[in-house]
Design a protein around this ligand. Structure first.
Ligand code: FE2
Length: 340
């Protein structure tokens, strides 16, 4: 008697009822696993993904790799790719995927969150942060009035043996690609030869350039903007400063990290939610506070050593960032001019 009372009405039906109520919730989250190809480093991306997962209940599977390699993988995989999103740290890689028409056009509501220089003109990708090339210098050895107005000035005799650069570095090579797009192959080759003839000193990356400036090995250098800010965070008296060249100079390249949604994904809505999250004040504040990159939306508190976004746009060279996709051509030019 007792047994039968528990068996159906008191036990099985309530369990079935509860399961019926819960099942759709479980199923909706279960179906939403978002696969991201991330050319941005795991240490940078993981906190953001965690916040997104907590806020939405959507599971994210990130596949980390070099930005160029992931772009190549996407081109090979085509519409069979498991990726819903490509988060790259270089505009050239986004351009390469975009030119193969593999990205879904993003909605206006997302595109208009950022200034026009920070999104693809055709709407296939959007920047998530900005990374600028700058002129680093020693304020002890270079007077303000001596600072060059253009990167082309660095081939002049007064800079002989005083400039540090990093020809094997990815950001340097992206800058050379942009210079080729902006001023052409010949003028770029001439600049590269001029720099070499003027005794530009080679370093393995951006951090060593900053260290060389502080150590007095060189007086000016060509790094990305955020490296010095890391040194300044540890020591506000660190004896190096940085500046931009005149407006629209190739030396002021503002490259981007950015994201595109793959046309082939079945998770478009979810992918767009992630893009929106990357452009939220919370995520943008994280990019600028933690890695000193430029936010791409207004209303974020920036590091005092960063220019306001509106001023950054004024100095940035103007050209189509999608055209920065010919890295091979840059490596060949660097070899031809014997810089590499
Ligand atoms: Fe970097």
């Amino acid at each position: 008697m007792l047994k039968s009372r528990f068996s159906l009405f008191n036990y099985v039906l309530p369990v079935l009822l509860v399961f019926t109520l819960i099942a759709p919730v479980v199923a909706s989250n279960h179906g939403e696993t978002l696969t991201i190809y991330s050319g941005r480093s795991k240490s940078l991306v993981e906190p953001i993904i965690k916040q997104f997962q907590e806020a939405t209940g959507i599971q994210v599977k990130a596949n980390y790799g070099g930005t160029t390699q992931l772009a190549a993988a996407l081109l090979t995989e085509g519409d069979k790719s498991p990726a819903a999103l490509f988060w790259a740290q270089d505009a050239g890689a986004l351009g390469a995927v975009s030119k193969k028409e593999m990205f879904e056009k993003l909605p206006e509501s997302i595109l208009t969150k950022v200034p026009s220089g920070f999104r693809d003109a055709d709407g296939f990708w959007v920047a998530t942060s900005g990374r600028a090339r700058v002129l680093g210098y020693s304020p002890e050895r270079v007077k303000m009035e001596e600072l060059p107005h253009s990167i082309f000035d660095l081939t002049q005799p007064m800079w002989k043996g005083r400039v540090g650069w990093a020809p094997t570095n990815g950001s340097f090579q992206a800058f050379v690609t942009a210079m080729r797009v902006q001023v052409g192959e010949e003028k770029t080759a001439e600049w590269l030869r001029g720099m070499k003839a003027n005794g530009a000193k080679k370093y393995t990356g951006n951090t060593p350039i900053i260290e060389a400036l502080a150590a007095g090995e060189v007086d000016v250098g060509l790094p990305n903007h955020y490296y010095l800010l890391r040194f300044k965070k540890a020591d506000s008296d660190f004896p190096v400063e940085q500046t931009f060249f005149k407006a629209n100079d190739p030396g002021n390249l503002v490259n981007i990290a950015g994201v595109g949604v793959l046309k082939s994904t079945e998770n478009k809505e979810t992918a767009l939610k992630f893009v929106e999250f990357l452009l939220s004040t919370k995520a943008q504040q994280y990019f600028t506070s933690d890695v000193f990159e430029y936010p791409v939306i207004e209303g974020v508190t920036q590091n005092e050593n960063l220019l306001p976004l509106s001023e950054l746009i004024q100095v940035a060279p103007v050209f189509n960032l999608n055209d920065m996709d010919d890295l091979d051509g840059t490596v060949k030019l660097l070899q031809k001019t014997e810089v590499l």
